[in-house]
Design a protein around this ligand. Structure first.
Ligand code: GDP
Length: 195
């Protein structure tokens, strides 16, 4: 399986900007620098659809991309960047509340974490939002290429435990750099949003 066409649709800063047509919406969240843009670009075979490394944490917009005229890929703004102002952090929180409070919007949630590290308090909060939404949800453990083989199983278990995931939630080992996990992630997305 593969995805072909991706077009930028809009950038939303408030609930009234969210598209509300019938198309499925697959939402991606993650800490700044976790590789969210790289994961999205890998899925879409793009070099920089989502701008890699651009102004980390500066964005308090939700970016919508229409994929193969079938579903929206929803790029939620990164979080956990130390240098954002209090005002920006509050704007981010309000925008996320607006997004998660309307649970008709999200078809599938996707949270990206760093395979090397124990998820942070911000990651735990984000996982609670996803789990509380009652919508299907999966975790992508990115930067797998940075782990030794012997570390993989225990790191994935630590992610699952720290985020309090139940067995229905998949944790997908992934490397945006090398491509590991791409097919599994694509299949999951298409199973939920593929028509
Ligand atoms: P974002 O802020 O979450 O969108 O993160 P970016 O996509 O900009 O990536 C942050 C940094 O991590 C960049 O230097 C990427 O090259 C690097 N990166 C992203 N994914 C991977 C990966 O799977 N493996 C490795 N080794 N580096 C990665």
């Amino acid at each position: 399986v593969n995805l072909q066409k991706a077009e930028f649709v809009r950038s939303a800063a408030k609930a009234s900007d969210f598209p509300r047509d019938r198309l499925p919406q697959v939402a991606f969240a993650g800490r700044s620098n976790v590789g969210k843009s790289s994961v999205i670009n890998r899925l879409l075979n793009r070099k920089n659809l989502a701008r890699v490394g651009a102004a980390p944490g500066k964005t308090t917009h939700i970016n919508y991309f229409l994929i193969d005229e079938k579903f929206y890929l929803v790029d939620l703004p990164g979080y956990g960047y130390a240098k954002v102002s209090k005002g920006e952090r509050e704007r981010w929180g309000r925008l996320m509340e607006e997004w998660f409070s309307d649970n008709t919007l999200m078809t599938l949630g996707m949270m990206i974490v760093d395979a090397r590290h124990k998820p942070t308090a911000d990651d735990q909060t984000m996982a609670e939002w996803f789990q509380g939404s009652g919508r299907p949800f999966a975790v992508v453990a990115n930067k797998l290429d940075k782990l030794k083989k012997s570390e993989i199983a225990s790191n994935l278990a630590r992610i699952r435990e720290t985020l309090g995931l139940d067995e229905t939630v998949k944790v997908i080992p992934f490397s945006a750099e090398k491509g590991d996990g791409k097919q599994e992630l694509l299949e999951l997305i298409l199973a939920h949003a593929g028509e």
